[in-house]
Design a protein around this ligand. Sequence first.
Ligand code: FE
Length: 201
Amino acid sequence: MTEHELTRRRLLELGVAIVAGAEVLRAVEDADAAPLLAATPTIADADDPTPALTEGPYFKPRSPLRRSIVPGGGAGTGLTLSGRVLTTAGRPVAHALLDFWQADGRGVYDNGGYRFRGHQFTDAKGHYRLLTVVPGLYPGRTRHIHVKVQPPHRSVLTTQLFFPGIARNRSDGIFTPECLVHGWRTVRGRRVARFDFVLDI
Ligand code: FE
């Protein structure tokens, strides 16, 4: 074998080795990709639209425009609920209407007036913030806040929000874990929670 032939053969071998190496690399990449593909449904779940839930008997139209729905002297544990209104693609919905209504801290609705009722609009980045109290319990229901969410020129989503760790969640016929608030904690004596509404748009 001449030196030239040797070199040529070495190059061929090397070429085979490179191709084999590339195959190995592809296999490794496929193996790496597999868990990512498996994780996709989890991501899709996070983008699932917020489910609609029954309006119940106590909605009143024409609530006042305000972020705080606590009336003067309204007793209860203060609650700040904030979050965003998003599309299923994760885009913020600016100027979406949010109309909240709930029972007071003792579990009583104001059906004559507008205590613990109010509407507001999301800002340019889809954010809202509600100042209220933790709603009280009333017969047959767990603690909940009612809300109607309406993006500009689109249909209304009517739903309810719930709180974690409430024993009555288990027996409430309307409760769904998809509508549990997140980040439920106490900060300087106030309850704080987050909820992002995902609209099917
Ligand atoms: Fe209710």
